[in-house]
Ligand binder design. Structure first.
Ligand SMILES: NC(=O)c1ccc[n+]([C@@H]2O[C@H](COP(=O)([O-])OP(=O)(O)OC[C@H]3O[C@@H](n4cnc5c(N)ncnc54)[C@H](O)[C@@H]3O)[C@@H](O)[C@H]2O)c1
Length: 252
C-alpha cells in the first residue's frame, strides 16, 4: 500500500526548511514536500547530494552547505532563505549524528561538544532564526527529530547521542509553549530506521535480525515511513497537536 500524498493544496504556497535534508529521513521529507509543491530550503554538509537535489528539482529547492552547529552560518543562511524563497513557514530540525562510539569514561570534551552542538544546539539556532524570519501565515509548524534512545538510552557507546535526544524531547515541549498558538511544535522519536546513520547495524544481517526481534512489528523502519509522520505533523491534519513526541518505532 502506498502512503497518501502530502496535502498539495496546503503545501503549495509554503516555505519549508529541512536541515540534514540531503540524505536519509530529511531527504525523504524533502522529496514528499517537493512533490506536494512546497518551496524547500535544504541545508546539509553533503555537497554531492545537495548538487543532485538542485539538479533534479531546480528552482523549487534552495540547497546550501550549512553546518547547523555554527550559529553565524545558520543566521546568514536563514536570512537568505527568507529573501530568496519568502518568509519561512515550517522547519524540520532533522540534522543529526551519532558521534564516535564512546563510553562516558572515554568521551573527550571535543567529541561531547560536537554531538551536543550538531544534535541539540542546532535546534536552538535554527528555531531562533525561524522566529526572526517566519511568515504570518496560519498553521505554521516545526518538527524535530528525537529518538527512542531518549528513553531506552540507545546502544552502549552512544550516551552523548541519547542525551541530546532526551533534550530534544524537552526542547519540543518547551518550544511548543513558547510559540503557541501561532506555531505548533512536535517531534518524532524513530526507532531503528534504515539510513546511513545506521550503516554499522545494517552491514550485519545478524544484528538486523536481533534488532527486529525485539520490535513488536518485527522489522526495522524506513525513511519514508518517518517522513510520512513528519509531513502529517507539519500539516493541518494534526492541527490540534502540539508539544508531542511521537514514536515511529514499530511499537518498541
Ligand atoms: N536512522 C535512525 O535509526 C534514527 C533513529 C532515531 C532518530 N534518528 C534521527 O533522525 C535524524 C536524521 O537521521 P538519518 O537517519 O536520516 O541519518 P543520515 O545520516 O542519513 O542523515 C543525516 C543528515 O544530516 C546531515 N548532517 C549531519 N551533520 C550536519 C551538520 N552539522 N549540519 C548540517 N547537516 C548535517 C548529514 O550530512 C546527513 O545528510 C537525526 O537527527 C537522527 O538522530 C534517526
Amino acid at each position: 500500500m502506498t502512503a497518501p500524498a502530502a496535502d498539495t493544496a496546503f503545501f503549495r504556497d509554503r516555505v519549508v526548511l529541512v536541515t540534514g535534508g540531503a540524505s536519509g529521513i530529511g531527504r525523504a521529507v524533502t522529496e514528499k514536500l517537493l512533490a506536494a509543491g512546497a518551496k524547500l530550503a535544504v541545508w546539509d554538509l553533503r555537497d554531492d547530494r545537495l548538487a543532485e537535489l538542485a539538479r533534479t528539482y531546480g528552482a523549487q529547492v534552495l540547497t546550501r552547505h550549512v553546518d547547523v552547529s555554527d550559529k553565524a552560518a545558520v543566521d546568514t543562511a536563514a536570512a537568505e532563505v527568507a529573501s530568496r524563497l519568502g518568509p519561512i513557514d515550517h522547519v524540520v530540525n532533522n540534522a543529526g549524528i551519532i558521534g564516535r562510539r564512546m563510553t562516558v569514561r572515554e568521551l573527550d570534551a571535543a567529541e561531547l561538544e560536537r554531538v551536543l552542538a550538531v544534535n541539540l544546539k542546532s535546534a536552538f539556532y535554527v528555531s531562533s532564526a525561524f522566529c526572526r524570519h517566519t511568515s504570518d501565515k496560519p498553521q505554521r509548524s516545526i518538527v524535530g527529530l528525537s529518538s527512542i534512545a531518549a528513553r531506552t538510552g540507545g546502544m552502549v557507546g552512544s550516551i552523548a547521542y541519547a542525551t541530546t535526544k532526551g533534550a530534544m524531547s524537552s526542547f519540543t515541549v518547551a518550544l511548543a509553549k513558547e510559540l503557541a498558538p501561532a506555531v505548533r511544535v512536535n517531534a518524532l522519536a524513530p526507532g531503528v530506521i534504515d539510513t546511513e546513520i545506521q550503516n554499522d547495524v545494517f552491514a550485519d544481517p545478524k544484528q538486523i535480525a536481533a534488532m527486529a526481534d525485539v520490535i513488536p512489528l518485527k522489522r526495522l523502519g524506513t525513511a519514508a515511513e518517518v517522513a510520512d509522520a513528519a509531513v502529517w505533523l507539519l500539516s493541518p491534519a494534526s492541527a490540534y497537536i502540539t508539544g508531542v513526541v511521537l514514536d515511529v518505532s514499530g511499537g518498541r
